[in-house]
Design a protein around this ligand. Sequence first.
Ligand SMILES: [Zn+2]
Length: 204
Amino acid sequence: MQTQDAKLALIETGAWIAQQGWVPATGGNFSIKTETGFVVTASGFDKGNLNPEQFLELSPTGQIQAGTGRPSAETELHLKLYKLCPHARCVLHTHSISATVLSRVVEGNCLHIEGYEMQKSLSGIESHKQALQLPIFDNDQNIAQLAEQVANHHIDLPIHHGVLIRGHGLYAFGRTVQEARRHIEGLEFLFACELERIKLMRSL
Ligand SMILES: [Zn+2]
């Protein structure tokens, strides 16, 4: 994808994500792999109302080539995911209530989801019986350290659709912007279902 098209796709995607309430208070960040490197959102802007000046263009190694403003510290995690998962061409990072709360309620380093038809919204999953395993990492303000943990995890258990950061949010990716959007929408639906299920189970 070309740089200008990538920015337009992320502006449109940002408006949709903001409408769902998944990037409050300028949170979240988005990126696309382009023909010349990456396009990422600059830090500190309302992700629901982006304009083409609120992006940075990075080289394939992550050096800033164009654009003003500063990249989010979380850009490093985007770059790590592209490196680990070569099929990923778009990474969307959101701060939804469901992802934030569910990642705090679930103990351990994996969210295990099974039994939902909606699992099929994730590429490669063809049945509600095929378990979805989404890694959870403890939040860390040191993004380099967090990215290292994600890389180490990936060696043993490959990451397919994204990762949850505890008490923080979701990173989801896809082969295209459309696929990344579908993954985020499917996962958010599943998070909301799991939260409801856990609440009901605990009240019984
Ligand atoms: Zn974040």
